[in-house]
Design a protein around this ligand. Structure first.
Ligand code: FES
Ligand code: FE2
Length: 423
């Protein structure tokens, strides 16, 4: 953990506050052998979209490792270390075959599990191909995404299934993929920071979502068996709008589409976007998404795939300055946010809780155990909570009484009348 810089209480005091301490390495470093990197590698991670696997191999970088992903002629997906085990030529120039991939340089062929199928230049008496393997990681395709397990082979977990993968009336579609030039953790910090929706997405740059987002919410957070939730409850006229979002450890979150205007009662509307923040390296991150889509919305495939407003760098700098959004707020916290320079406030309770979940997981892995949120054996879908619920609850009493009413309503919607913890 990093040590906070002394509290600056001197006007015109920048001279006293110029040092920039290092980031929190335990939480933020992702490379092989780092505590955080080993923690992330214990979970299945999306590494590519199936739609991007074509006739040529796809070169990717995940958690500081250079890899190549491809689908061979028999339909199997391979994820191999980029550099050929023979003399290091990049397999991005390889030829995809009916079975496996052939290195362009001397024609060695590797199966999707890394086994060598051919070493054509070697004498028939050579046993090298039976003894040697190209480095490979296991993959699993789901929902149009290719997931990989990049941890120790004996510790491969079950593939986790969230209950939102299968919502009645909605279709699960592969959605956006966009890069942020910053560390993965500050992107996930954002997911449990609901107050920013009332400022960044409303007051700072004009309403990016509905006007209802501009109402300041009563905020609450709860730890769940697989991560945590925020509960943001707003007064909108005679209605109370409860918006819940999930963080699922280590690097997934899901949220409802930002289309709620809270104008009429609505029970637990749950179409969601599920988003992974997959580190490319310490200072670059892919956001990869699945989306629940109601066919009645009539969205074209390109609309589903397009990143939401302000999520990527697809706008000119001048426009981003005047109408900043998530991309700008998150990536400008430095390439790795320096926690020792922060002054966390009451609205940051969710950020503190999220970082504790991650740190606990990192230390649990370092101690040789499974993180709490890992699915070791296949089981029923994991219960999640993201939803929009709108209730007709007219205000009672003064502003303070209404705040208490909002808070109690939010907890009751998510936790039930007895206020039990989610399970
Ligand atoms: S470098 Fe790949 S086959 Fe020789
Ligand atoms: Fe946001």
């Amino acid at each position: 953990m990093s040590t906070p810089r002394p509290f600056l209480d001197t006007p015109y005091g920048a001279y006293l506050a110029r040092d920039v301490p290092p980031p929190d390495d335990e939480l933020t470093r992702v490379g092989p052998g780092t505590p955080g990197g080993e923690y992330l590698r214990r979970f299945w991670q999306p590494v590519a979209f199936a739609r991007d696997l074509g006739r040529v191999p796809l070169r990717i970088r995940i958690m500081g490792e250079d890899l190549v992903v491809f689908r061979d002629g028999s339909g199997r997906v391979g994820l191999l270390q980029l550099h050929c085990a023979h003399r290091g030529t990049s397999l991005e120039y390889g030829l995809i075959g009916e079975r496996g991939i052939r290195c362009c340089y001397h024609g060695w062929v590797f199966d999707v599990d890394g086994r060598i199928l051919e070493t054509p230049g070697e004498p028939s008496s050579s046993t090298l191909g039976q003894r040697l393997c190209q480095g490979a990681y296991p993959t699993h395709e789901f929902g149009g995404l290719v997931f990989a397990y990049m941890g120790p082979p004996p510790k491969r977990p079950a593939f986790p299934l969230y209950d939102t993968y299968d919502l009645a009336g909605y279709r699960l579609d592969p959605a956006g993929k966009f890069m942020l030039p910053c560390n993965w953790l500050q992107i996930k910090d954002n997911s449990m920071d609901p107050v920013h929706t009332s400022f960044l997405h409303a007051i700072s740059s004009g309403y990016q979502f509905t006007e209802a987002f501009g109402a300041l919410a009563e905020l609450d957070w709860e730890v769940t068996p697989f991560g945590m939730i925020y509960i943001a409850t707003r007064r909108v006229g005679e209605c109370v709008w409860v918006r819940v979002a999930d963080f699922m450890a280590p690097n997934v979150h899901q949220f409802t589409r930002e289309i709620e205007d809270a104008s009429r009662e609505k029970r637990a509307s749950r179409p969601v976007i599920i988003r992974w923040a997959v580190p490319i390296d310490d200072t670059h991150t892919w956001n990869m998404e699945l989306a629940q889509v109601d066919p009645a919305w009539g969205l074209a495939p390109e609309e589903i795939v397009r990143p939401g407003f302000g999520q990527s760098d697809d706008r000119p700098y001048a426009e981003r300055q005047r109408h900043p959004a998530d991309y700008d707020a998150q990536s400008s916290q430095r390439d790795i946010a320096v926690h020792a320079l922060e002054h966390l406030a009451s609205t940051d309770r969710g950020v503190i809780m999220l970082r504790k979940i991650v740190r606990d997981g990192i230390r649990t892995v370092a101690a040789g155990r499974d993180p709490r949120e890992l699915v070791r054996e296949p089981g029923p879908p994991i219960a999640t909570f993201a939803q929009d619920t709108v209730l007709h609850v007219p205000p009672e009493g003064d502003a303070e009484a209404d705040r208490r009413l909002l808070r109690a309503t939010g907890r009751r919607v998510v936790l039930g009348p007895a206020g039990e913890r989610p399970c």
